[in-house]
Design a protein around this ligand. Structure first.
Ligand code: MN
Length: 422
């Protein structure tokens, strides 16, 4: 990993947002409309102010205002060369060696905000959202519960990245409370379903990536060009109602069990920031079909953990530790597969990984697996037991790539479970 870069802004060693990161997000200050910024340490640099100052003289911008906006979509549509140039400008501007912002108190006053003083919003207008099912260990665990270990994986699983089209309107930013949903639930021994609130409320530890330029209808993105269309990644919690899911999912897949709420972290970490953490993809056997085969299939080493805070726990408790590297299918393969039939992707679309479970019991990415469908409840440090999430529980997912003396962090995605509506 490269030598640590230094900013004139003080950044703690454990910060998720050093100069090497510079994730993009949308924030609303106490006064004025929402706009686009990058996180640096505990601060945010307001890119709409810098744009007004003429800092970004890039041909790709074509004299448009890109950052005085409440969504990243316009910036996402510009593509990787423009993203890279913007990132280089910002790294130079925030460097301890550059006087331009460092020595201009008036500009610093205008352009820098404390993160604790602003409200983060969704980073983009998400037109379409897809959730994959790309963790071998997750698919194998869930399949084992349903069909036994011999038939755990469906015959298609190692041939294509299984996924479903989700609901974008109910994607919310971290910090938004989530209400326990109602739905149809049929107990295994019951003759008929009943209506009620879910009794098996779950989280899913996931990551998701935002689409950049995208493709036209009928014009697939070949795998070799897939990463040109991926801007960056966020953490995601795909809240799930397992009892609703068990009754409704056949034959077309999840529906109301998943569409009531999905939470994402506010800062989008670019693939450029993650580049030093590129790792080989786990071996794929059988070899995928040609359109899913890249010349150098790879993934990223991103450590992930989920923390549970109950009403009576003294401090949040880590209930699982996983890693993005455990995924069987790469993001390039997911994107190539998504478009191979001609489906168009647009700037701001969100494609998610599916629950990211590792090979061990303490790296499972949801309560369904951690408690093995309720058979082995989790014991918390204060003696509390959990098969599923309960009202008043707060679930936080955090993630970071560990460099030599710095972290490329994602911050967190957090949400509190509220009691079902009357
Ligand atoms: Mn999911």
């Amino acid at each position: 990993m490269s030598k640590k870069l230094q900013s004139f802004i003080e950044i703690a060693a454990e910060s998720h947002f050093p100069l090497e990161n510079l994730p993009f997000g949308v924030f609303k200050p106490r006064q004025g409309p929402a706009r686009i910024g990058v996180a640096i340490g505990d601060s945010i640099l307001d890119l709409s102010v810098l744009e007004e100052e003429g800092i970004f003289q890039l041909p790709e911008f074509q004299d448009r205002k890109v950052f005085a906006d409440d969504a990243l979509n316009s910036f996402l549509s510009l593509g990787r060369p423009a993203w890279r140039k913007t990132r280089a400008i910002l790294q130079r501007l925030l460097s301890i060696e550059t006087a331009e912002l460092r020595d201009n108190a008036a500009l610093r006053d205008l352009a820098l905000y404390a993160q604790r003083e602003v409200t983060m919003q969704l980073p983009a207008r998400i037109g379409d959202y897809t959730d994959f099912y790309s963790s071998y260990h997750h698919a194998h665990n869930v399949g084992t519960m349903l069909r036994g270990p011999e038939n755990a994986l469906m015959p298609n699983w190692k041939w294509l990245p299984v996924g479903y089209h989700g609901r974008s309107s109910s994607i919310v930013v971290s910090g938004t409370d989530v209400r326990r949903p109602h739905g149809q639930i049929k107990a295994p021994e019951a003759a008929e379903p009943a209506f009620g609130s879910t009794r098996s409320f779950d989280f899913e530890l996931e990551m998701a990536f935002f689409i950049g330029p995208g493709n036209s209808l009928g014009d697939p993105v070949p795998i070799a060009r897939a990463e040109e269309h991926i801007f960056g990644m966020v953490l995601m919690n795909d809240w799930s109602a397992r009892d609703v899911q068990a009754w409704e999912y056949q034959p077309l897949g999840p529906f109301l069990a998943k569409n009531f709420c999905t939470s994402i972290s506010p800062w989008v970490v670019t693939l450029d920031a993650l580049e030093p953490f590129r790792k080989p993809l786990p071996a794929q056997d059988p070899a995928p079909l040609q359109y899913l085969r890249g010349s150098h299939e790879s993934t990223y080493d991103i450590q992930l953990e989920a923390r549970l805070q109950t009403a009576s726990l003294e401090a949040p408790h880590v209930i699982t530790r996983s890693n993005f590297q455990h995924l069987y299918w790469s993001i390039a393969q997911q994107l190539a597969h998504h478009t191979v039939g001609g489906c168009n992707l647009r700037p701001g679309d969100l494609l998610a990984s599916g629950t990211i479970s590792g090979p061990t019991e303490d790296s499972r990415g949801c309560m369904l697996e951690l408690s093995w469908r309720g058979a082995n409840p989790l014991q918390l440090p204060n003696g509390e037991m959990r098969k599923w999430l309960e009202d008043g529980d707060t679930l936080a997912i955090s993630g970071w790539a560990q460099g030599d003396g710095y972290r490329i962090g994602f911050g967190e995605v957090t949400g509190k479970v509220l009691a079902a509506a009357e």
